[in-house]
Structures are given as C-alpha cells and as structure tokens.
Design a protein around this ligand. Sequence first.
Ligand code: ADP
Ligand code: MG
Length: 587
Amino acid sequence: MPNIKILPETLTNKIAAGEVVQRPSSVVKELIENSIDAGATEINVIIKNGGRSLIQVVDNGSGMDKDDLLLAFERYATSKIYTEKDLYNIKTLGFRGEALASIASVSMVEAISGIKGEEEAHRLEVVGGTFKKIEPCPNIGGTSISVKNLFFNVPARRKFLKSAEVEFRHIIGIFRKFTLSFPELMFTLVHNEREIYILHAENLLDRIGNLFSKDYVDNLIEVNDGNEVFSITGYIGNLNLLRNRRGEQFWFVNGRYIVNRTLNNAVLGAYSPLISGEEYPFYCLKLSIEPFQVDVNVHPSKMEIKFKDEYNIYNQIKNILAKYVNKLREKLPGFDYIPITDFYKKEKEMGKILTNGIKKESDRQGSFLEAIRKSTPDWKERARKFSEVIRREEEQPGEVGIPVFQFAKRYIITQTKSGIIIIDQHVAHERILYEEAYNSIKEKNWKSQQLLFPQVVELTYEDYSILLEILPYLEKIGFKLRDFGKNAVIVEAVPAGMRWGIESTIIKEIIDGYLENKKDEPSATKNVIASYSCKAAIKSGDKLTEEEMITLVNKLFMTNNPYFCPHGRPIIVNLTIDEIDKRFGRK
Ligand code: ADP
Ligand code: MG
C-alpha cells in the first residue's frame, strides 16, 4: 500500500536548493541579482575561504521592512511578479521567489535590512531553513545578507565542494559577469580580507579595461546596431585577443547573463572568415529584445533562455556582427592583398607597362560586354557570361610596382592597395602547412608526394616507440612509412606541401617537436600537426625564388587566419601609405 505524504517545507526547500544552489558561486549570483533588483548602486561582495565559511553581499538598495524581511525567506515569496501575465514580461533578474528560501535551507543566514530614511532596521537569523529570531538593529540603508557554512546540513554536498581557490575562481567568474552587465554600478570583491576588485561606476569600455587589463581597450571595436525593439551593443575583440579556449565570451540578454548556443554560434559565424575552429574571440555583447520574444523560465538558475524564433535570431545577429568583423578585417595588415596572378607575371615577362596592360584589358572587357550584349539575347545566359568577365576583372591586380622581394633572407616584402606588408617567411609557411595538414585530417583527404628515392631512417629504440605512437597521425597528413627492420623505417611519401631536401631528417625532427610540445598540448593530433608544420616549413635563412615567394604569399592569404601563426606570433607587419606619408611630413 502506498503511503503518500506531503513533504514538510524545510525538506522541499532543501530539494529546491539542489537546483538553485550548486556551489558558493550560485549563492553569490542569487544575492547580487537581488541587490540589483532592489535598485542598489553599490554592491559589496565579501567572501571567506572560497565561500565555504562566508558569502556576504551588502547593498544600498531599497531595503525591506520587518514584514517583508520575514516573508523574503518563504518559498515562492517574491515582490517581482504577481500574475501569470507578469511571467511573460519579466524585467527583473529574479522572479521565482525561491532563492532566499533555498539558500537559507542549506546554510546559516543572517540578514540585515532597512529602508532608507527609517530609523531602525531588522536583523533576522535563519539556520538550516528554520527561523531563529528577528530583532531591531541600527539601519544600514540597504540590505546585507550573510550566508555562513554553506551545506553544513548536507554533508554529501559539502564534501563535493572543491578547494577554496577553485570555488573562488567560480565566484570571480560570476562576479565578472555582473560587473560587465552593469558597469554603471559600483562593485567590490573581497576575499579573505584581501581586496580583489574595486570597480567604480563607469562605462562598459573602461569596465572591460579594469576587469581584464588596460590593453584590452585598444583591441576592441564598439558594436551598436539595431532599433527600439531589437538592438545589439557592446564590444568585440580583434585577433590580438584570440584565445585557444573559451572563457572571454559574454552575452547579456535584457541585462541577464546568458549561456546560449544560438547566440554564441552567431558570433562565431560572423568571425568565421578570420578565425579557425579552435580560436575564440573576446566579446561582450548585450542584446536588447522585447521580453515576450524570450523565455527565461527554462532553468532554475535562469542562465538559459529560449528564443521564440532561434533561426531568425541567429541570422539577424550574424549579419549585424559580420559588418563589425569586417571593420576588424580592414584594420588587419594585408587584408587588401590582391593575388599576384599569372596575368601580372605574363605582362611583366613581356616587358609591357602594367597600367597599359590593365587599361587595354578593361577596354577589351568593355567591348567584350558589348559583344555579349549583342550576341546573347537570352537573359540568363547573358548574366552568366557577364559575371564571368566581371569576376575576371576583379582578379586583376590593381597596383603597379615591385611584386615581391626577400629581405634579410627571412622576410618577404610586397605591396597591397593600402601599403607595404612584411611577411615572416617561416611562420607564414608554418601557418599554411598547419592548415593544410589540419584540413587533410578533417576531410580525410591528404595529398602525398611519392619520393623518387625512398629514404631509410634509423631511429633509437625510444624514438621508434614514439614514432609508433604518432604514426596514425603522420599517415593522415600524407606521410607513407614502411617498416624496415630493427627500429628503422623507409619514408616512401611525404605531404605534398613540404619543402624538399629534408625527407631524411623530418621524421626525427617531428618526434623531437612532439616530445617538446607534449606538456602543453594535450591533443596528440594537434601536437603532431604543429610539430610537422614547424619543422617542415621553410626556415629563416632559406633563399627563396620569386616564384616561391609569390606562391607562399598567395597561399598564405588563402588560409583561414593569415595573421597569426599557430602559437600566436604575428605573421604580417603592415606599413600603411598613411604612416609613410606621415613620416615624410606629407600630412
Ligand atoms: P526573487 O528574487 O525571485 O523574488 P528571492 O528569494 O531571491 O526571490 O527574494 C525574495 C524577495 O526578497 C524578493 O522578491 C525581494 O522582494 C526581497 N529581497 C531579496 N533580496 C533583497 C535585497 N537585497 N534588497 C531588497 N529586497 C530584497
Ligand atoms: Mg532573487
């Protein structure tokens, strides 16, 4: 026979706490939200021992009178919504009325609250969800909530808390999000009596600078687009702020920090012409949208949302941001590089003056278009032919001058529409090989070149065992090796883009590189690719022919990220006409 009972409230609160209060940082989040909802302009967060001993948030907001203070710790007690209709038009951060009740059920809480201007405030004590006492006390003109000994009555949970440092890192993570969302408010954070952040009211740009580091400010561009019902504001970072892992991407929707794939993918989609799959740009963006377009009530922590029309949101955001990413692109060295085409070379060989060549070519195209117009009455066919001619025209070089030359045996100098670019030949080639190898693994389509004279490579026992470990990856990027008895292999083929003359040494060098990188690079695939591309690339000091330089530069600009090498070093340095003019006193 089932014996069903309604659970006592202290227990239901504890159950609810399981969802709302995961760890100290979730308490910090709920308390700061309440302070912001209460209209505070100054919020002080005091932490002890990673939040295990104390989490205190003090604000100068509206405060509560005695009755409200008592009610605040009841489940489903809220001043933020009253009717179902309100639920679809939420403008506050909180609304579920369960945070304080949940927190109080798994900790020891002391709350002090007073309304500004009134003489006295009240002090309330709740232990493990049970009311202890309430008494008058001097007014602090706001609210202070202290949460002590979190999970003291849920040993299983307390046991799962991480070290104080780890928990504090989570707290900093949450704290940062609020300070970015509300730069107009003052925030402080103190840990074990040490001041970690003191952030005065400021604008978002300064807030980013103070929160991360001052040089972020120089590497951001402002985003500001949209209308009254849909707008995006904030900042996105240039390629100097790229990281190889996530963590500096922030989206706020109507003031609330949100984790949402659609939003993140839309930004990455906009960045895609500039970054590779493993690179993450900095962004701090605020979406303002009509409340009824989003549902924030999909998870108790309120960090997830659902959009009514995900697809439309994705496209709208991606398109807006693509314009700004393009601005970033225009500031990149060499963005306006025009491939040095066969046409250019042929003209040069024939000793013609290029401008004449171009002029003649476009005259010729003019008459071409005329001829097409006359000979092709069918509209579709005509459009096709037109676009073919126009595309060819776009491929023509727009400048006359020295195409490429090598400097100091390690730099290639060439020209773009807006200036001169200097390319580091080694890292440029490294980037090309890295992306070629990466793509050949991804698309399972490697290009090998068979060696005319296969090379025997003898290895030590240790190197041989490493080779066996990385062999599958080497094969995926185009190497073909055959066993040749005791610790030796025959190299029969190498990746197509590799430079010549290193067939017998490259294997040993890759093994060395692989071992060197092993500490910092947990992914074996990436490690092999990085070691290969570094060792197989042309070196500083290698003399290059004009042909080789042109191929290298053209290929570089076909990679996903021609601006930085896989380790983050710059590949291109730009000298703009403006800069040069300035130096000559022309401006
Ligand atoms: P919710 O925020 O979802 O309403 P909470 O349990 O977090 O639920 O808080 C309950 C109520 O207590 C709030 O609706 C608010 O009226 C009051 N409250 C909580 N914290 C503060 C604060 N710092 N200042 C003023 N009022 C507060
Ligand atoms: Mg709340």
